[in-house]
Ligand binder design. Structure first.
Ligand SMILES: NC(=O)c1ccc[n+]([C@@H]2O[C@H](COP(=O)([O-])OP(=O)(O)OC[C@H]3O[C@@H](n4cnc5c(N)ncnc54)[C@H](O)[C@@H]3O)[C@@H](O)[C@H]2O)c1
Length: 247
């Protein structure tokens, strides 16, 4: 129950890794701001399923690419709960497309959703965290470390997330610890969508552990980095990827 009495905001939290992270914090007693960009039915289902867990869920609808919406969401959650202790920048999109077919719109949409959103959410959240201290966990991707054909804007955005993580870690230490999680392939709606493009399923034979991750396994890395057990982690990138990328 390390997070009892604490407020955590998870972006993109009604599906996949974000949902698993929200559940993990809830089990630890947190009040969890569950951000979604307009999926109230998914939030309602999640709230119903998790209603017996110790923490509390707060619905936080906002498009993480919209500066004013992000500011309203973060200020509203901090005001309603009296504090903000943890921000998990998880919301994201991917796209499988050959580089030479990638349009400027594709590029802007992916960079906005996967990288600018992290800037906007951190900028809104940090002033609420500074006095009492806090932790930020940004979700990058193993693909930022390895690169991947047909994922250029996505890998560029996720590489940017890692660099942004390190700069913010230096700027706001020691009061706010900023770290990143760079997951390998994980069973989520994003991966299912990517696998529909012929020839683009991630090959499990290239993963020494021989399988994809369950979102709950990635959530444990997020929970760890946000917790006092990670008190000496600063600007780090933890990559649960089944051994696909070894650094
Ligand atoms: N699944 C994988 O294999 C994998 C691997 C590495 C990294 N990741 C990263 O993990 C994170 C979560 O992805 P996932 O795999 O759980 O997929 P997902 O599609 O289930 O989750 C992404 C979430 O982001 C939300 N979102 C998208 N645009 C948004 C916006 N503008 N505003 C607010 N929310 C928005 C979606 O509603 C969704 O809930 C992403 O950042 C993704 O890049 C996933």
């Amino acid at each position: 129950m390390e997070f009892a009495g604490k407020t955590v905001l998870v972006t993109g939290a009604v599906t996949g890794i974000g949902r698993a992270a929200a559940e993990a914090f809830l089990r630890e007693g947190a009040t969890v701001g569950v951000n979604h960009p307009g999926q109230p039915a998914l939030f309602a289902g999640m709230a119903d399923e998790l209603r017996d867990l110790p923490g509390k869920l707060v619905e936080c609808e906002a498009d993480v690419c919209d500066a004013a919406g992000v500011q309203r969401m973060v200020d509203g959650l901090a005001k309603a709960t009296g504090r903000l202790d943890v921000l998990v920048n998880n919301a994201g999109i991917s796209q499988v497309k050959p580089f030479l077919e990638t349009t400027e719109d594709d590029w802007n949409r992916i960079i906005d959703t996967d990288l600018k959103s992290v800037f906007l959410c951190c900028r809104a959240a940090i002033p609420h965290m500074r006095a009492q201290g806090g932790a930020i966990v940004n979700i990058a991707s193993e693909l930022a470390l390895s690169g991947r054909a047909h994922f250029a804007p996505y890998t560029a955005a996720k590489g940017g997330v890692i660099s942004l993580t390190r700069s913010l870690a230096r700027e706001f230490a020691p009061s706010i610890r900023v770290n990143a999680v760079a997951p390998g392939p994980t069973h989520t709606p994003m991966l299912e969508k990517e696998a529909q493009v012929p020839g683009h399923e991630e090959d499990v034979n290239e993963i020494p552990l021989g399988r994809y991750a369950d979102p709950s396994e990635i959530a444990q890395s997020i929970l760890f980095l946000a917790s006092s057990r990670a008190s000496f982690f600063c600007g780090d990138v933890v990559s649960p990827n089944g051994g696909a990328v070894m650094r």
